[in-house]
Design a protein around this ligand. Structure first.
Ligand code: SF4
Ligand code: SF4
Length: 167
């Protein structure tokens, strides 16, 4: 639970998970931001206006999954590193997760890295498909990884420079 250990629980995550039908259509963002904090760069970052805050800047972001096309532009905009884009339609047995990355070393495209869950535990290997850098977001990179489909809602970080088997 976020308030107790800083890790969003499955119950807290449930309302944020897109519907099965939306996930089948392709990439979609998940804003894992469930506290009322004065922050809204994600609202400004989305060219489709898929992220809104009805009650002002201290509201939690509401993401319209029907409007979001999974472009990933919002991922690096979030100072809390709380936005991810999940693509369950990537391949029959694998999904992709696009996540923010502010660590070193920066992995190369094609490199295999460790994939971590929200607690920092290594859960599998991931192949880096894309590394994107934008001047707009300074040193926050956007990295897309390929992982087993059943771990798409668990993997939320990577560690480069190590290799580990799936546990
Ligand atoms: S992935 Fe693109 S369309 Fe979806 S919320 Fe983020 S910026 Fe908007
Ligand atoms: S930018 Fe990130 S931390 Fe700020 S409101 Fe949006 S999702 Fe939450």
């Amino acid at each position: 639970m976020l308030n107790k250990d800083g890790i969003i629980s499955l119950a807290e995550l449930a309302p944020l998970i897109p519907s099965e039908s939306r996930l089948k259509k392709g990439p979609v963002a998940m804003a894992e931001c469930i506290q009322d904090i004065p922050c809204d760069p994600c609202v400004l970052a989305c060219p489709r206006h898929a992220i809104t805050m009805k009650a002002g800047i201290t509201d939690q972001p509401h993401l319209d999954q029907a409007v979001c096309n999974g472009c990933t532009l919002c991922v690096a905009s979030c100072p809390g590193l709380a936005i991810f884009v999940v693509n369950m339609a990537h391949a029959p047995r694998s999904a992709t997760v696009t996540l923010p990355y502010e660590m070193l070393p920066v992995p190369k495209e094609g490199e295999v890295v460790a994939a971590l869950d929200r607690s920092g535990k290594t859960v599998c290997e991931a192949k880096v498909l894309k590394v994107m850098k934008s001047k707009v977001y300074d040193r926050t990179l956007t990295i897309t990884i390929e992982i087993p489909k059943d771990l798409a809602m668990s993997v939320r970080a990577i560690r480069a420079g190590v290799k580990v088997g799936r546990k």
